[in-house]
Write a protein that binds this ligand. Structure first.
Ligand SMILES: [Zn+2]
Ligand SMILES: [Zn+2]
Length: 225
């Protein structure tokens, strides 16, 4: 049983390994260099400053962010397996990597840990919300923080994958609303999601949270798309 929960094989390639990821796969993980990426969103820097051109033009609505991985290669495979097939043995490993990134980026210790919500019907059809699973697991190593569902998603969004970025920004704008109004004011919030791509979803969440005047909002994801 224990062997099933904590396999003695590499999580990526299933070869025998005493660590969660074998040495060969470790080399193929696409890690983000937090010191050598945009300070706001950890995208590649394309300006002479420490902030990327996208963030200079439209600053994100969060105060700080961190992600351990780029969304490609082995990192992408692991995340997709966790997200769509609920390979729960990956949860502990992914959260450890998020914890390392959280520490390395020096994100503030949160009062409240929350996550990007899923529409109830979508949660029923998938069976779980991967961001909620990540937030609850992450919260286990932050006993002074409270994990709360601050946001809800009352509307089903249209399939977003094929949309142009501009359209996507428009479509997520009003997708979220506040679920728990208490406790947000002057608190430090950590918002967890699986992947930061355009940032539209996380910005939409931050915009709603900002209306409740938190002290600050940090964003933590497994990967940067
Ligand atoms: Zn491996
Ligand atoms: Zn940026």
């Amino acid at each position: 049983m224990l062997k099933f929960i904590y396999p003695e094989t590499c999580l990526a390639c299933e070869s025998s390994s005493s660590s969660p990821i074998c040495t060969s796969c470790l080399k193929k993980l696409h890690r983000i260099d937090l010191n050598n990426s945009c300070k706001s969103c950890h995208n590649t820097i394309d300006t002479a400053t420490q902030i990327c051109s996208t963030c200079l033009k439209t600053p994100p609505k969060w105060n700080s962010s961190a992600s351990p991985f780029e969304f490609k290669g082995i990192s992408r495979d692991l995340i997709l397996r966790f997200k769509y097939s609920r390979h729960l043995y990956l949860l502990k490993y992914l959260c450890e990597e998020m914890e390392n990134s959280f520490q390395e980026a020096g994100l503030p210790e949160p009062d409240i840990i929350t996550y990007v919500p899923m529409h109830p019907l979508k949660k029923i059809s998938r069976g779980w919300n991967q961001s909620e699973l990540l937030a609850k697991e992450f919260a286990k190593s932050h006993p002074d923080s409270t994990c709360l569902p601050l946001l809800k998603r009352p509307h089903l969004g249209k399939a977003q994958a094929s949309k142009a970025k501009r359209e996507r920004l428009k479509s997520v704008k009003d997708l979220f609303s506040i679920k728990k109004r208490d406790n947000i004011k002057d608190r430090s919030i950590l918002l967890i999601d699986d992947i930061l791509t355009t940032g539209a979803t996380l910005n939409a969440c931050c915009k709603i949270l900002r209306q409740e005047k938190p002290k600050e909002i940090s964003v933590l994801t497994i990967a940067r798309g």
